[in-house]
Design a protein around this ligand. Sequence first.
Ligand SMILES: [Zn+2]
Length: 133
Amino acid sequence: MIDWGPDHLRMASKTSAPSNTSKATRSTKTSVATRKSRAVVRDVEAGSSVDCAHCGERVKFQAKVRNKQVICNVYVSGTWNRVEHFHLACYEEARSPHGEAEAGTDYRRQAANAAAAERARKLAAESAEAQSA
Ligand SMILES: [Zn+2]
């Protein structure tokens, strides 16, 4: 199988473009501003085996209690660093260290929208790079 698809094109544009160009576009102020820590409230799922970042205890699934947890994507200096889990109560007790936890049922759509926006941004950056090369 011959693969002269997009991978080949991308590779070509990458090698012909100076390496410091992509670095410069990535560290603009706007992209840093959008890449910050965020927190969402979710149900604890069966088989969950994470520890609360605040009290250190297991965030446990209990069939009879619809336990809530807060999942945080933690960004350091605009770069994704780690995921932290909290009991919902612990997150409030810790005074929302990663921002207000987003509740609501449309978190899946939000995640999908964020992923789509991220993909669109990447594509735009790539085509801009290809045009300038
Ligand atoms: Zn806790």
